[in-house]
Design a protein around this ligand. Sequence first.
Ligand code: SF4
Length: 470
Amino acid sequence: MERTTTVISQVQVDRQLDYCDKIAAITAQWPERPLAFVDTYGCQQNEADSERIRGYLEKMGFGFTGDEEQARIIVINTCAIREHAEQRVFGNVGALVHVKRRHPEQLICLCGCMMQEPHVAEKIRQSYRHVDLVFGPHALWKFPEMIHTLLTQRGRIFSNADEAGSIAEGIPVVRQDSVKAWVSIMYGCNNFCAYCIVPYVRGRERSRQPEDILAEVEQLVAEGYKDITLLGQNVNSYGKDLEEPCDFADLLERVNAIPGEFLIRFMTSHPKDATHKLFETMARCEKVAPVLHLPVQAGNDRVLKVMNRRHTREQYLEKIRDLKSLIPGIVLTSDIIVGFPGETTEEFEDTLSLLEEVRYDALFTFIFSPRVGTPAAKMDDPMSHQEKLANFNRLVALQDSISEEKHAAYIGKTVRCLIDGLSDDARYDLTARTPGNRLVRVVGPKEALGQFRDVKITDANKWSLFGELM
Ligand code: SF4
């Protein structure tokens, strides 16, 4: 099912901005400024998409609320990665039927990866008749036109055809944070890992032009953003579809050259495409944070092969050794799936030994969750959930001990951190991030928010560090 990229022209985006103006003229007639409720599930890519949805909504004249009862428009941006998240979405959307009964003028919109799955869209069509609009990630750029149709003609809209993935520039953005910002550099994925739904719902890889990315980052730096994360499902294959050669390492180098004090992060990296050139560029570029999230998923070669990861354990470890030699003290994190269909406990133990060898600073661990439409969902899966859970608990216990040990090594050190938020733990005032993205809870004045400051680390546990402003 080879599909090409649809580049949305500036004329088409301008047409959507005209729809925003038409809607703003309608909402200006309403007795009060209307509010929108935007709820986001899943990854940072979804967060970035929701920021564009908010950008459109603001241009249509909407303010924002965290209360569904007050909202004229509800947007739920969904995630298809795990079954648990899907069930939560269905539960929450089901509950909205009561809210809409009280506010029949309300528009309920569902978007994101789940909506690109045909069986989900069909279920919404049949059983969730209070939902007005369903659209997949490919159709986000025409959100204003769809809202305009709903406001002027009512009815229901389903815009989730399996069309080519799109790239659209110039969509307005309302960012959720004033210190950290997401910048999508590419969309989609070509890899078809056996367990993953992403290539089916987000389409093939397509890269934004470097000039558009650089202009966005320059703008963010001028607005005072200090922590900029370049986003893509597999950033390491950035640029493969561009006419002018520019790979991900080249892009990093160009972003690094933008004047100003800020940190560059990126995610996610696929090990098979992570190159020596990338590591060498990371080591040389002073704004690139010394941290790499490099998902390994499993430590056993047979399991990696069935997962269609297209690298071996040894190739992965060789890259880690290369990286550690170029950037001593690099912070490493990873994703691990426990209980992939057919994985034995003996094979799982290769994952434990890989952990011992790499010594990640933190891990994102998951028990395998079958996704309809992926090859893994059809594989024999003889291991019981209890056995998987037992293995999962062994993995978590091992990682906890490694994280605790690595965090304890910070105690007594002074680390230049970015103060990025207010602490929800009453014993501390602020939250901060080390360059390697470890969370620090800090005692200090709120005026430090948004600044790079020296923090003396006084304590640590397996999850985070604790300290005081110098
Ligand atoms: S690299 Fe694999 S796991 Fe990551 S998004 Fe692509 S298919 Fe999914």
